[in-house]
Design a protein around this ligand. Structure first.
Ligand code: FAD
Length: 279
């Protein structure tokens, strides 16, 4: 199928893009990499009156090292994120996750901000920014505001963004432990059936501290706080604690019970790998 008719604008500044959004009301959509939006248009799942192409907004581009971490612009392509030496040094969880996002052609166009704004519950980057405790910077008609990544994702394709706001960047504190990243998908490049993103600090052959975020299981990326605490007792206790952390939802790939089982298996594998690497 082909996309329904729409008007197209390519503003040069963030202020001009915000004005277009405010003037059009919720009939407008931002176009970043187009890797989720264009298929949705072609399938006629969306019929926006106006597409606002934000690819010319230089304010949204770039990766920079800042005090205590990094700042990643919303328009950063997945491929650039994966290839960045700054990201590899300060937030290696992102470097580990990028190769699991779709395929090379999609990674060359798809953007960091587009993935966060799309909020697919099975996507890798939302889970990573929650695990890394990122702060998301949002611009809107009332000025700028910051939202913690853990409060940004509300549900399936649902975020804290209002229709007249633009995600500008994420400030990401330097990662505190060794990377934990694993996902199960039907084929390389597919969205995850279940995935785990996080980090673990290993001391004297045990995991002293960890941040565990599961994706593909629930309606959004979920931090498994009880399991992180229970890791201090045992891995079995941590896997059991996932019962209180997760509310798995069945999809075309797996039942809720299967997703719960896979989350436990991922946790066991990720912790074993972290301990082996540290030994
Ligand atoms: C075949 C295929 C396989 C894929 N597999 C995966 C996968 O395994 N894992 C994965 O994570 N993703 C996957 N994707 C999606 C891909 O990662 C997209 O790049 C991403 O979801 C959206 O980024 P985008 O820049 O293309 O956004 P777009 O498609 O341009 O926009 C997506 C949505 O976000 C909004 N938006 C975009 N930028 C902003 C912003 N700065 N502020 C506010 N709103 C904004 C748009 O208005 C739109 O509603 C796949 C896509 C395809 C086509």
């Amino acid at each position: 199928m082909k996309a329904p008719p729409f008007r197209y604008a390519r503003p040069r500044t963030l202020d001009a893009a915000l004005k277009l959004l405010a003037d059009e009301g919720d009939g407008a959509r931002l176009l970043a990499g187009g890797q989720s939006l264009v298929p949705a248009l072609n399938m006629r799942l969306l019929e926006p009156a106006l597409l606002i192409d934000i690819n010319g907004l230089s304010e949204l581009s770039g990766i920079a090292e800042i005090a205590g971490g990094i700042c990643v612009g919303a328009l950063t392509r997945h491929a650039a994120l994966g290839a960045s030496a700054i990201v590899a040094r300060r937030a290696p969880l992102l470097t580990a996750a990028v190769p699991f996002i779709a395929h090379e052609a999609i990674r060359n166009r798809g953007t960091f901000g587009g993935s966060l704004a799309q909020a697919d519950p099975a996507a890798e980057l939302p889970a990573c920014v929650v695990a890394l405790d990122a702060q998301l910077e949002i611009a809107g008609p009332r000025g700028r505001r910051r939202v913690a990544a853990r409060d940004f994702f509300k549900g399936v394709y649902e975020t804290a963004l209002a229709h007249d706001e633009i995600l500008v960047a994420a400030e990401i504190p330097a990662q505190r432990g060794a990377t934990l990243f694993l996902e199960l998908a039907r084929r390389q490049g597919d969205y995850a059936i279940a995935g785990l993103a996080g980090w673990a600090a290993v001391q004297q052959d045990r995991i002293a501290e960890a941040r565990l975020v599961f994706f593909g299981t629930d309606i959004r990326a979920v931090e498994a706080k009880a399991a992180s605490v229970a890791l201090a007792t045992s891995l079995d206790a941590a896997v059991a604690a996932l019962d209180s952390d997760l509310t798995p939802v069945a999809d075309l790939n797996a039942s809720a019970a299967m997703k719960r089982h896979l989350a436990g298996a991922l946790l066991r594998r990720a912790c074993a790998a972290a301990l082996t690497r540290a030994a």
